[in-house]
Design a protein around this ligand. Sequence first.
Ligand SMILES: [Zn+2]
Ligand SMILES: [Zn+2]
Length: 136
Amino acid sequence: MQDTSRRRPALPKNYQLIYEIVERSGIGRHLTSSDIYAKALKRRPGIGFSTVYRGLERLRDLGMVSELHVPGTDAAAYEPAGPRHAHFRCRKCGEIEDVPYAIPPRTLRTLALEHGFAIDEERVTFEGRCASCRPS
Ligand SMILES: [Zn+2]
Ligand SMILES: [Zn+2]
């Protein structure tokens, strides 16, 4: 395991708290900023929503949390930074699940080359009905 802790800049206490909340939610959980705010309030009464929001932006920019915009949802969701993966959104119950899939780097390179653009990021979302909502 690579030790990244040394390279991490010191975070303000509030941002550290936000980071812990996202990190502890675990891989595969997708919290909105309102969910995170509600949890932060319990641990630090009086914390402002804008502090939480700014903290999430900062942590995202540092690559410490991942921000995702799943089509069909209004709010961005946050999850611990981890391996690249795709998402599945259930159209019926709105559940968002991780899917261990990423577009092969080779495909990305070919697409970029063919179209002459530079790809910074990919977001793959599948939609349909989850295992519980699927008609049997
Ligand atoms: Zn469902
Ligand atoms: Zn995810």
